[in-house]
Design a protein around this ligand. Structure first.
Ligand SMILES: [Zn+2]
Length: 106
């Protein structure tokens, strides 16, 4: 009866699957699935949509319009610094498309 060790182990594993990451723009810490991920593919920054969990360096963003705009301010300085690579001009549009709370041209 009651909670066996299996319950505790499952809870621990669930916590492991929700690592916390900081948004590069506002530095807020959130569970990784709540953040947008950018990663480096073939030497350039790309949006890691759909949580494909590409290996390697990643940068995270809240997806708030403010954070997206801040991340791409000054020629994407924050992202270039976080990813240590160049950021393609198409990345802001890609991000706005996948970010649920980002502006949609309104
Ligand atoms: Zn943020």
């Amino acid at each position: 009866m009651g909670r066996g060790p299996r319950v505790a182990r499952r809870a621990a594993r669930a916590a492991e699957r929700r690592p916390v990451r900081a948004c590069v723009a506002c530095r807020a810490r959130r569970a990784q699935p709540d953040l947008l991920r950018l990663t480096v593919d073939d030497g350039r920054a790309v949006v890691d949509a759909g949580g494909s969990r590409r290996p390697g360096r990643g940068a995270y963003l809240c997806g708030d319009t403010t954070c997206v705009e801040r991340a791409f301010a000054r020629d994407a300085l924050l992202l270039r610094r976080a990813l240590r690579t160049t950021v393609a001009a198409t990345v802001p549009d890609e991000l706005r498309r996948v970010a649920p709370t980002a502006s949609r041209g309104a």
